[in-house]
Design a protein around this ligand. Structure first.
Ligand SMILES: Cc1ncc(COP(=O)(O)O)c(C=O)c1O
Length: 375
């Protein structure tokens, strides 16, 4: 088997026992990404990183070792994974609805030492959550979710936001926790343009915050930003909690999108050539069940050993690449591929292989890829 492609920045001495496709996590890179994220934040206590990127308890523990004890998530399973791994604060950035309302109550009951929070942008889930937590003699913190231009969830700063925040404060069993401001639409490659967008969000949301305080309402937290913007929020005000998710693993998409950021992809796919349909095409075992089908077909992976290769067919278990010239890679050859979008890719893998000093050192379960753990 050819070993050339697994030299270089993603060198692994021996991959003969690693089945493909699988996700490899290069631990030194992971550690360096975590260090740089903390450094950019200025202080570990300012971070509330989103666990959606990794979903792995061991990574939560590594973050906690660096002083990052507050974490964000999108599902009840992620919240449970975070609490079990030792996080002291867990923010579920979601309106809990349907059975998830009682699952939040179960989280509160199961992990009394953990401070759980959720976000809210509508009166109905707020009323239902309030009834459920008071019925169970519990309390939960609720942050108002702000729509700062992404138009996915949230209430725009203004009168409706003020009114809903008053309702949050007045609801039994609910502690008004401040504002949640996620600006996942801010993908400007130009740092100054991104900075300007962040400044505009800060102006409108701090005006709202002042209104809330002037109305006598507590507004303790302001949680903001993703990977591209958290360094900018870090500079704006020391009270802002920063919530990037992707830096731990990083990916080829953000590498291209944010040239100013120092992170490097730490989680990559191991794939093998399974077929050679023609002299300039090769078929790999990295179908869309192993790498996120986001972005659209044609640009889902970057191959350091084949930088010019084009993705021409992507199906469930296969990826066909066309190379610019005749290619001599035979079936069985192992290659490394950097995902464009790592968060939905990690969710496709039950375990990751952890590579330390060029060898497999451990396997970690991607625990919170499941929708339900015990709660
Ligand atoms: C609510 C919320 N906060 C934080 C993040 C982390 O953002 P990023 O992936 O840019 O680091 C995400 C990512 O989707 C998110 O949805």
């Amino acid at each position: 088997m050819q070993s050339v492609p697994l030299t270089g920045e993603y060198a692994v001495e021996d991959v003969s026992e690693i089945a493909s496709p699988s996700l490899l996590v290069f631990q030194q890179r992971l550690a360096s990404n975590i260090r740089q994220m903390v450094e950019i934040a200025g202080d570990a206590s300012r971070l509330t990183p989103h666990c959606k990127t990794h979903k792995i308890a061991e990574i939560v523990k590594l973050l906690i070792e660096q002083g990052v004890t507050s974490h964000k998530c999108a599902t009840i399973a992620e919240a449970e994974m975070l609490a079990s791994a030792g996080a002291s604060r867990v923010l579920l950035a979601y309106n809990p609805v349907g059975p998830n309302i009682n699952r939040v109550v179960q989280l509160l009951q199961t992990f009394p030492a953990v401070k759980f929070s959720v976000t809210c942008d509508h009166i109905l889930p707020l009323q239902q959550l309030s009834a459920a937590v008071t019925g169970a003699q519990q309390q939960v913190e609720v942050l108002l979710d702000i729509n700062c231009g992404m138009h996915r969830t949230g209430v725009a700063p203004g009168e409706a936001a003020l009114e809903l925040y008053k309702q949050i404060h007045a609801s039994p069993g609910i502690n008004a926790g401040g504002l949640h401001v996620y600006d996942g639409h801010n993908h400007q490659a130009d740092l100054e343009q991104r900075r300007q967008a962040v400044d505009e969000i800060w102006q409108s949301t701090s005006a709202l915050r002042q209104q809330l305080l002037a109305a006598g309402l507590p507004c303790p937290r302001y949680v903001a930003g993703g990977t591209g913007t958290f360094p900018l929020y870090a500079e704006v005000d020391p009270q802002i909690e920063l919530s990037p998710g992707t830096p731990v693993f990083y990916d080829a998409g953000y590498t291209r999108m944010f040239p100013d950021l120092p992170f490097q992809p730490a989680a990559v796919l191991l794939t093998r050539v399974v077929s050679r349909p023609s002299a300039d095409t090769l078929t790999l075992d990295v179908g869309n069940k192993a790498v996120a089908a986001d972005p659209p077909a044609g640009a889902r992976l970057y191959f350091p050993a084949l930088p010019e290769a084009q993705e021409i067919i992507h199906s469930e278990e296969h990826l066909v690449l066309r190379t610019p010239a005749v290619c001599d890679l035979e079936p069985g050859t192992a290659l490394v591929a950097v995902p464009m979008h790592i968060c939905p890719t990690s969710a496709l893998h039950q375990q990751v292989h952890v590579i330390r000093d060029g060898a497999v050192a451990a396997s970690w379960d991607v625990t919170a890829r499941n929708r339900c753990l015990t709660i």
